[in-house]
Design a protein. Structure first.
Length: 259
């Protein structure tokens, strides 16, 4: 009879419908579980484990991984990439020896009148011979700058401290500062960057307070001296305490002017 007629296609769909329903039910249940876990299809699609994970473990119920030497919390599944801060443009190196009060004024004035923020980093090289004096420097500076202890046998030596400072510099511009030199003008850092980056032949910019004297005419003095780090990279290897005498110059700034 016509009421019993059926096609192979409708028969197949009818007999398989219970299986289809079971699949749908399972899928809905799975989606519900994932929703309860706080995950979304988009998170699952866009989030992936880093391929360079070195070790995996469980600490206090939280899965941890180590990637590129940095430990991260895998329980969050995915995090926006944390970009590294850009390298500094100016590395200010203060040369200090037994002048704590002025060091405070110098460091404060440079940071207070700077406008480039993290583009400027600060290091204090202290040549204090006594450990107690070095502790006082560290306590004064705190987190405002990195303190490098550099006691030199036989007493402080400007040349060696300068060489140390140039070697430590991580920026294209290194500013060497005597701990009793301070800044009065705001945006001094932006001015230096503009000078050096707009003139590729500029290698040095410094004070010249005794310029009226013939011996100091047209030569830099190291007490506040900005240099193009790459041009003077060789200075980091200088260690002879009499190098300025050998070179026939009176001041370390004169050496930089003549080299």
């Amino acid at each position: 009879p016509p009421s019993l007629a059926f096609s192979p296609l409708t028969h197949t769909m009818a007999t398989s419908s219970p299986s289809v329903m079971r699949i749908i039910i399972v899928a809905v249940a799975l989606l519900s579980v994932l929703s309860l876990l706080g995950l979304s299809w988009r998170t699952m699609a866009t989030c992936r484990w880093e391929e360079d994970v070195e070790t995996m473990g469980t600490t206090m119920g939280t899965t941890m991984g180590t990637t590129m030497g940095t430990t991260w919390d895998a329980s969050s599944m995915c995090r926006p990439p944390v970009s590294s801060p850009p390298p500094p443009l100016i590395h200010v190196v203060f040369l200090h020896h037994k002048n704590l009060d002025m060091l405070h004024v110098s460091l404060d004035s440079h940071q207070r009148h700077a406008v480039l923020g993290d583009a400027v980093c600060y290091t204090v090289i202290t040549e204090e011979e006594e450990e107690e004096d070095r502790r006082e420097v560290a306590a004064l500076v705190g987190s405002l700058a990195t303190v490098v202890e550099y006691p030199i046998p036989g007493g402080p030596h400007i040349g060696r401290a300068i060489a140390k400072g140039v070697g430590l510099s991580t920026a294209p511009i290194t500013l060497l500062v005597d701990s009793d030199a301070f800044i009065l003008r705001t945006a001094w850092d932006a001015r230096l960057v503009d000078m050096f980056f707009s003139n590729s032949s500029l290698a040095l910019a410094a004070i010249n307070p005794r310029g009226l004297e013939s011996y100091f005419s047209n030569v830099a003095e190291w007490n506040w001296m900005a240099i193009r780090t790459g041009t003077y990279a060789h200075v980091a290897s200088l260690s002879d305490p009499d190098v300025e005498l050998i070179r026939g110059v009176h001041d370390w700034g004169h050496y930089f002017s003549k080299v």
